[in-house]
Ligand binder design. Structure first.
Ligand code: URP
Ligand code: ZN
Ligand code: ZN
Length: 463
């Protein structure tokens, strides 16, 4: 199958230029000012449109058990919703139940994704327990393409691991080249504050945010980076939410430490006030770390601009308001933590970043596609528009008007965190490995066509 995309404007992390692009089967075969249409099966006229490398969302939770329920999108609905928004690769999290082998968790997540994923996907492993063989298991998972591991400094008794475990895992990645992704919040301190709040009868959603202070995030980021530095391993802070935490990352990077961090659209665009919504609607915004005061938002945008933050992911972890968030109607600690967003990342960052003059187009591409590919072992197959790369291409209409709403989105969840947000810029046609999977606002790919991506560990080549 050959597809010729004519007259588009290619945007990479490095440059923006007009060119034709030829796809043969799954890969980009040629890019040139003008490519004659010598019998391609399909010609797409992209006049006035941008060609972006497919979005890569390195932080999603599909079909994930949490707090007695399961996230509302599975690999079928979640990957389709992602595709509608221009994301053609995601990296989800397998979870090692305590006392079990990581390999079993990998099999479990392969089963969840296999025959359901419609875009390509990788898996991180959430390590809850190193046990006897955990460090060797980490090495063998790297051999299976699991080039990153998430550890929790929060959720004591459930997912949290102690500093010794973190330090051992970091030491292992210093040798095997994988990347530790850290959920950095001081879980012990937060738990004490939460118990005090409950004892005082404070049970509404807003107390989720008020019991998780910014300093509990910044302290954990500082500690995580210090442990990484002692181990000689790189570190990646997930869902960074505050200026104070950002300062810790910036200070480390300024000293040349290979510390990286992502933030998410919700931390860039929403504030803690959302959790005070009436009629329990604040529960829609309960996730960790929590939303912060308004003054943090500009600092995070500045961090993205100045490369103190390298990635925008979504932490897509949807729970329906009616049937799932209400598990915590009498007690904020029982509200399943997480919010939906996999479909809206490119729209929101393009509109509020590029259109508002906070980011240029190339930096936008770098944040949502190229750097995620580089950090997580997928580059240059993914995250790039170049000859030989996978033909994961988003034909982007920078002038398309769109209003985000649960009434029209494709995520299997009954609300949107960004309900009513107007954005200019949206995916018009989405190709995954050369195949058009979204066109005319319809998913036309085959369910289950997505492939597991065996990712490369970087082996210490961090810059
Ligand atoms: O509240 C959140 N973020 N839920 C998803 C799990 C995590 O910590 O990333
Ligand atoms: Zn987390
Ligand atoms: Zn998450």
């Amino acid at each position: 199958m050959t597809t010729l995309i004519k007259n588009g404007t290619i945007v990479t992390s490095q440059r923006t230029y007009r060119a034709d692009l030829l796809i043969e089967n799954e890969t980009i075969k040629d890019i040139a000012e003008s490519i004659p249409a010598a019998n391609p099966e399909r010609v797409i006229d992209a006049t006035g449109l941008l060609l972006l490398p497919g979005g890569i969302d390195v932080h999603t939770h599909l079909d994930m058990p949490f707090g007695g329920t399961t996230s509302a999108d599975d690999f079928e609905t979640g990957t389709k919703a992602a595709a509608f928004g221009g994301t053609t690769t995601l990296i989800d999290f397998a979870i090692q139940p305590k006392g079990t082998r990581m390999r079993d968790a990998l099999d479990t997540w392969w089963k969840k994704a296999d025959s359901k994923a419609s875009i390509d996907y990788g898996l991180h492993m959430i390590v809850t327990d190193l046990g006897e063989a955990g460090l060797e298991d980490m090495d063998s998972l790297v051999g299976e393409g699991v080039a990153s591991f998430k550890l929790f400094m929060a959720y004591p008794g459930v997912l949290m691991v102690d500093d010794a475990t973190i330090f051992k895992a970091l030491g292992q990645t210093a040798k095997n080249g994988a990347l530790i992704c850290m959920h950095a919040e001081n879980g012990g301190v937060i738990d004490v504050i939460v118990q005090r709040a409950l004892a005082e009868g404070k049970r509404a959603p807003i107390y989720h945010a008020l019991t998780r202070p910014v300093k509990a995030e910044a302290e954990a980021v500082h500690r995580a980076i210090a442990m990484a530095e002692i181990s000689g391993a790189p570190i990646y802070i997930v869902h960074l939410s505050s200026e104070d935490a950002l300062n810790e990352v910036r200070e480390a990077r300024d000293r040349g430490v290979p510390a990286f961090a992502e933030t998410c659209p919700q931390y860039l665009l929403l504030t803690v006030d959302e959790l005070a919504r009436a009629n329990f609607e604040g529960a829609k915004y309960v996730f960790t770390p929590p939303l912060r005061e308004k003054h943090h938002l500009d600092k995070l945008w500045q961090g993205l601009r100045e490369d103190h933050l390298q990635v925008v992911s979504t932490d897509h972890c949807p729970f329906c308001f009616k049937d799932q968030k209400t598990l915590g109607i009498d007690d904020f600690t029982k509200i399943p933590n997480g919010g939906p967003g996999v479909e809206n990342r490119l729209q929101l960052i393009h509109h509020h970043g590029v259109n508002q003059g906070r980011l240029n187009l190339n930096r936008f591409v770098e944040l949502v596609s190229t750097t995620p590919a580089k950090l997580f072992g997928l580059y240059p197959k993914k995250g790039e528009i170049a000859v030989g790369s996978d033909a994961d291409i988003v034909i982007w209409d920078a002038n398309a008007d769109h209003v985000i709403s649960a009434a029209t989105h494709h995520m299997r969840v009954d609300y949107s965190m960004f309900e009513g947000f107007h954005v200019k810029g949206n995916a018009k046609i989405v190709l995954s490995r050369g195949e058009v999977i979204v066109e005319n606002d319809k998913f036309i790919g085959r369910t289950g066509r997505g492939r597991y991506l065996k990712r490369q560990a970087r082996g210490g080549a961090w810059s």
